[in-house]
Design a protein around this ligand. Structure first.
Ligand code: WT7
Length: 654
């Protein structure tokens, strides 16, 4: 979508409210204004200094950056272990009794996990992996709900050098097996299920189905979360192992393996503009430096903070800002199993009050859902401990930003809108609290050491006041190292649109004062509630149904989820366009990919608007889905098509 076609943008840039830092906050802030200059003078020296000061190295690195465009290596020659940096060193410095996670189960059960507990449990779990024959370099799939064993499993993998690939537990069996097969994983770590909105949600059937289609899997290691609440849980002798049977009997003694700085820490699959998700690879040292440093600066993390990132660990936000960044900083975190609306819409605010949460990091879609429910829910609770509020995952509209600041932050806590991606590994564009004057809806400026720019179609930097494509012009420590098994696709996707620059796929504008305003994707990628989905992926799920001949999917605005999925479907001969079939197709997408991918609207159409070269004109479908007047249709192969679709769509509106 061209940036200028979005009507809300001019309104955005007319936003006049500014919030300078509170002097009292600034006086105690971790971030200092001179960081920008220091980093700009010599970015490599800047990162090298942070890496030396913040990482516990087994062997020091000799070269800060080895950059052979587009392949980067950071802190070359160094050896370290991620789990040692996240756990052991805190225990060694006397923080064994400090809480690492306050875990809150959905039904109200709780667990307190100290760094000492983590130290024991991670070593036992690592020994269990070794007993199952997992070696450094072997890939382990993790398909788990938000229970403490999830970060423990990740850290256990990191301890022995086995890259993990966490698959969000809301994904389908098919999505899981696709990822396992691409990663060629030997083991799946899972649970019998979890609790959601007061109900037991079993997970094992999906694992069985996935493993049936994934021949590389040797074992399934399963945590008992539901027990008798999931009577149908299957158990395959020889393949399946209960976590408590295997892990509990291990020695809590498994020394961390010193690994190369560039050792693969994990793979995380994300949607691109084709049907096949990409395995984004992250390595050890640069990722550790990028996530821990940004976490400390952007959230102003102090030793006594209680920090809550309310994402799911299945997404990159959870990897970087629930597990690795915060644990590396020795931070106390909250981990919550359930949803914000259960048993009532004040669940989050009750948790914040109870644990005296001081930093909250969540997505605009959650904020908009809270707005819709009304300010009386947060008003019932004491939220005065909150001192920094973060937002991530999608553009935050100024209204939601203001509501967050006022009703959650008491007009006191700075709001930081943080832009980044699965690929970037760490936050790259964000205010620094105590330093940056914020504007509602703007992610403000690239962080110190980060060179972001906005360019036109020819790759030329656009002046202030202009819009274009967001690019990164210099490597950064936590950047992706590639797409698993596909270096060509890595080059093609990120580095070919503008030579020498990383193309993020986002549109952006810069205002007269140089503030960045992120405007959403410019490719065939949608962002539903902060979850990335590709139009092609959903189209191919639709076409896999026997009734569907052809499908086209476009995103449209939605007041709560940010974007909503609109599908257009051409049926095969012999199938009737009934409401029941429409519902079946929507459900089909949910089972093929995930319930989050279920189209909000589905229209049957006899044809699709195409150019003479056969390319679907999504712009016109967007106009139709949003009831807008149609733009230029002169390049259409058959101009009558849109009218036919339009008539159909008007008829199908209830
Ligand atoms: C895409 C990346 C980064 C963690 C969660 C999503 C969009 C992300 C912002 C923001 C505007 C944002 C972009 C980006 N996005 N943060 N603060 N403002 N847009 O990770 O699934 O890799 O998606 O999310 O479009 O490209 P992801």
């Amino acid at each position: 979508m061209s940036v200028d076609q979005r009507p809300e943008i001019e309104n955005l840039l007319a936003e006049g409210r500014v919030f300078p830092p509170d002097p009292a906050f600034a006086a105690q802030a971790n971030a200092q204004p001179d960081l920008y200059d220091e980093a700009a003078r010599d970015p490599e020296a800047f990162w090298a200094k942070i890496a030396r000061e913040t990482v516990t190295w087994n062997e020091p690195f000799h070269t800060t950056l080895d950059w052979e465009l587009p392949f980067a290596k950071w802190f070359v020659g160094g050896k370290l272990n991620m789990s040692e940096n996240c756990v052991d060193r805190h225990v060694a410095s006397g923080l064994g009794d400090k809480v690492a996670y306050h875990w809150v189960g959905e039904p109200g059960d709780t667990r307190t996990i100290t760094f000492g507990d983590l130290h024991r449990e991670v070593q036992k779990a690592a020994n269990a992996l070794l007993e199952l024959g997992i070696e450094a370099g072997d890939r382990v799939a993790i398909y788990m709900p938000m229970i403490p064993e999830l970060p423990i499993a990740m850290l256990a993998c990191a301890r022995i050098g086995a890259p993990h690939t966490v698959v969000f537990a809301g994904f389908s069996a098919e999505a899981l097996s696709g990822r396992i097969n691409d990663a060629q994983a030997k083991l799946v770590i899972t649970a019998d299920g979890s609790y959601r909105r007061g109900k037991a949600m079993p997970l094992k059937a999906a694992v069985d189905e996935a493993v049936a289609a994934s021949p590389t899997i040797e074992h399934v290691l399963m945590v008992r979360r539901l027990g008798e609440a999931a009577p149908e849980t299957t158990f395959v002798d020889g393949r399946d192992i209960w976590w408590h049977d295997l892990v509990d009997r291990q020695e809590a003694d498994c020394p961390p393996v010193p690994l190369d700085s560039e050792h693969m820490l994990y793979l995380l699959y994300t949607s691109g503009s084709t049907a096949k998700p990409k395995g984004i690879t992250h390595t050890t040292a640069g990722y550790l430096v990028g996530t821990s440093y940004s976490h400390k600066q952007i959230f102003d993390i102090k030793p006594d903070d209680v920090y809550w990132c309310a994402a799911d660990i299945g997404w990159v936000t959870g990897h970087s800002y629930i597990v690795y960044g915060p644990l590396a900083n020795g931070t106390t975190g909250v981990l919550y199993e359930g949803t914000p609306d259960s048993p009532a819409w004040d669940r989050w605010w009750q948790i914040i009050e109870e644990y005296k949460v001081s930093v909250l990091y969540c997505a605009p879609t959650a904020i908009r859902a809270f707005m819709k429910q009304g300010a009386e829910h947060p008003a019932k609770h004491d939220l005065s401990t909150l001192r920094v509020l973060g937002s991530v995952g999608e553009p935050i509209n100024p209204e939601a930003w203001m509501w967050y600041r006022e009703h959650i932050g008491g007009n006191r806590a700075p709001v930081v809108d943080t832009w980044w991606q699965t690929e970037t590994g760490q936050i790259l564009i964000s205010p620094l609290p105590g330093v940056t004057t914020t504007k509602p809806g703007s992610a403000t400026f690239p962080l110190p050491g980060i060179e972001a720019d906005i360019v036109d179609g020819d790759g030329n930097s656009v002046p202030n006041g202009g819009g274009g494509y967001l690019v990164l012009k210099r490597p950064w420590p936590a950047m992706l190292r590639g797409i698993y098994g596909d270096p060509e696709r890595y080059k093609e996707t990120y580095w070919s649109r503008f030579p020498g620059m990383y193309f993020a796929g986002d549109g952006a504008k810069r205002d007269e004062e140089g503030y960045f305003w992120l405007l959403g994707r410019v490719d065939d990628v949608m962002n539903i509630s902060g979850h990335r989905l590709s139009t092609t992926e959903i189209e191919s799920a639709l076409v896999s149904h026997p009734a569907v001949a052809e499908a086209a999917v476009v995103g449209g605005p939605d007041p709560v989820t940010g974007e909503a999925i609109n599908a257009f479907v051409i049926l095969r001969l012999g199938f009737d366009p009934t409401p029941e079939l429409g519902e079946e197709l929507r459900k089909h997408v949910a089972t093929k990919i995930s319930p989050i991918a279920k189209p909000k609207s589905l229209m049957f159409t006899p044809d699709l608007p195409k150019t003479r070269s056969g390319k679907i004109m999504r712009r016109l479908l967007r106009d139709i889905a949003q009831g807008r007047s149609l733009g230029d249709t002169t390049t259409l192969a058959d101009a009558t098509v849109v009218e036919t679709i339009r008539e159909n769509s008007l008829k199908s509106e209830d």
